[in-house]
Design a protein around this ligand. Sequence first.
Ligand code: FRU
Length: 523
Amino acid sequence: MKRAISAILMALTLISCSQNRPTRIYHVGVSQCSDDAWRTKMNEEMENELIFHPELQLSIRQANDNSQLQCLQIDSFIAEGVDLLIVSPNEAEEVKPAVSRAFDAGIPVIVADRQVTGEKYTAFIGGDNYAVGINMANWLAEQANNSHATSDQPLQVIEVMGLQGSTPCVWRHKGLLDGLKNVKNVRLMGSGNADWFAAPARVVTDSLLHLYPETDAIVAQNDIMAIAASEVVEKVLSANEIDRTKNTRIYILGTDAMTGPGGGVEAIVQGKLDASVTYASRGDMVIATAAKILHGAPYLRDTVLPTMLVDPSTAETMHLMSREIAHYVATITALQKRITTLWNVSRMQKALLYTAMACLIVLITLLLVLLSDVRYRRHVRLERAESARIVAKQQQQLEHITAELERTKASMSAEEQFMQRLQNQIEKHLSDSELSIEMLSEELGISRTQLFRKTKAFTGVSPIELIRHVRLRKAQQLLRKTDSTIQQVAYEVGFSSPSYFTKCYKEFFGTNPSSEHSEKKDN
Ligand code: FRU
């Protein structure tokens, strides 16, 4: 029974072990600087990647483009004791202290997209912002060449920049300047910070256009600002707000080139933008790196993601493909949901199965206990019945023995009585030599045959012999105790002839009666 139960338990353990549940959960804090379509995409990429890392639990907080709030949020992650921190810092210098605190507290820190100053981080994953700037410069050079711009009449460019203290803003600008260094027919007329938002971008574009009404191209450090700039351009030109001698259109270049509705690629297809430079978010890669760090696996400390230019020639394809991909992603998401539902159902079924098995084990155990109890009781009952039977048998035997004893006692006393009476009768008529069997049987009130049978049974001799033996024993007594002669004794004990007496005496005792006399005299 014990072996059966342990086998079932072992099976249960094996089944439960095969559930693939993570043995340890890692809490990962994600500090996002902002909340826009690009961030949403990055967050989704991170969350989708968790399918492959169920041991990771994400907690995402966004700082509303406020570096102080972001520092507070990072400090709260530290206080909560997260196992790893992912930070996309709003501003490099302002957020650095909080990131350093986390790093110094022993929490691995992955810096994503925007960077912090200093070296206190575990890994970095983000786009190549300098290359973004270079791409911008190359595109501008191309536009300059296409429009036959010269060093005397260069392509006039204004720049709408992101948040001043953020590294993408710094590096994209630097890349742009470096890229344009040797391009003589492109001139960057002016730049203004719009903090990555549409509303400030409108203000910046408007004022720069009023400052540089002959602007030929606008480069914006993200598509949100580029689309806002395109709206301003349309408004300013259609309303003839600026003194412009040219009737050429103003080219607009954005950054991010996100696919999907409202993204840069769609804006190119719609003609709102002329081009955009890709800027990957790769939240999936960030999570994969986090898992590697947490599991102590080797990882790359700095991963700089490549970037490329998207113009109308590639945008259409990208747009179509992204719709296809979006369709597949939707299908995969639906499938994933279905799998999750099925998985939950199967887990529930498993739980039910375990419960049922546990109940079964309990039932079997109870049944076995009950069975052994019943067996024990039956055994006890049988044992009791057996001992009762033995006791009854012994009692019966005892009764039998007692009855037998009683009977023997009774028969013994009857025998004794008979012998006593026979003895008395013989002794009474001892001197009578005429004492006969008839006389005795008459006196005792039984037949001759009965007398013979009983005497023979109780003494082993016939009545005649018994009479003779009694006579001879009496004679011996007399000879020993009295001075009577052998003759006198012979007659006294009923012998009619002394010589016959002497013969019988010798036969019975082995000695002569005279020897009793001489023994007495000797004494
Ligand atoms: C999103 C965003 C992107 C930009 C990036 C720079 O918040 O503004 O548009 O490329 O951040 O960090």
